[in-house]
Design a protein around this ligand. Structure first.
Ligand code: KIV
Length: 255
């Protein structure tokens, strides 16, 4: 990947074809988008995970379209070379018409592509978004916006025959829609590996083993900046939360 050229969906398709690993991270504001971009990360996702790690909600179902627009505007002010993707929040893409209207609002805020959770069940919405000229990234496996329907548990997907068949069928639907990339969240590693080998879109794994085309993390998890909860599959590389408590105490004591 050329370090100066703007990243587009085609760049990511080319990276998959060249077997180049794709790093992706979440960014919810200007300084983090700028730092991650300066570090050369090709995908920045303004994810609705901001509901928990920025806004203090218990899950992503509380995030509104207006909140997503606000954070996308902030991240977009960094004018990243990375592709800036915005999450369509809960219940903002129930029909093709609503999906296009919501996606257009995220694009007006600065997103260059949008992501939504689901496969065959939202195929008409995905086709409508792409027909409106907006690139689309899929999201399969554990779908955080469905956590309440799943009894509040974030469960691994693809453990039984029915689960595997559903994942392959949803992946086939996303391939039919010609999406450029798909997040695979908490998918069993053998299923994630097979989807990666079988389908043309770039797979971006999170808690789905090492064999996806790329990996994404919620940036505060990587930095230890949301120390009250760390997913099992993340080893934080910094302890920002602990450092903040320590330096703030030291500063206050020094007055
Ligand atoms: O909202 C988000 O940050 C996401 C990532 C975890 C993939 O969807």
């Amino acid at each position: 990947m050329d370090a100066a050229t703007k990243v587009t969906p085609d760049t990511l398709r080319a990276m998959k074809a060249a077997r180049q690993r794709i790093a992706a991270l979440t960014a919810y504001d200007y300084p983090m988008a700028r730092l991650l971009d300066e570090a050369g990360i090709p995908i920045l996702l303004v994810g609705d995970s901001l509901g928990m790690v920025v806004l203090g909600y218990p899950d992503t179902t509380h995030v509104t379209l207006a909140e997503m627009e606000h954070h996308i505007r902030a991240a977009a002010r960094a004018k990243p070379r990375a592709l800036l993707i915005g999450d369509l929040p809960y219940r903002s893409y129930e029909t093709p018409e609503q999906a296009v209207a919501s996606a257009q609002r995220l694009v007006a805020a600065g997103a260059e592509a949008v992501k939504a959770e689901g496969g065959r069940d939202i195929l008409p919405q995905i086709r409508a978004i792409q027909a409106a000229g907006i690139p689309f990234m899929g999201h399969l496996g554990m779908l955080p916006q469905h956590v309440l329907e799943e009894g509040g548990k974030y469960r691994i997907k693809g453990k039984d025959d029915a689960g595997r068949a559903k994942l392959f069928d949803d992946a086939a639907a996303l391939a039919e829609a010609n999406v450029f990339a798909v997040v695979l969240e908490l998918v069993t590693p053998p299923v994630a590996k097979e989807i990666t080998a079988r389908f043309p879109f770039a797979t971006i794994g999170i808690g789905s083993g090492p064999d996806c085309d790329g990996q994404i993390l919620v940036t505060p998890d990587l930095l230890g900046a949301f120390p009250w909860f760390t997913p099992k599959f993340v080893q934080p590389k910094l302890r920002v939360g602990e450092d903040v408590r320590r330096v703030v105490r030291e500063w206050a004591a020094s007055l």
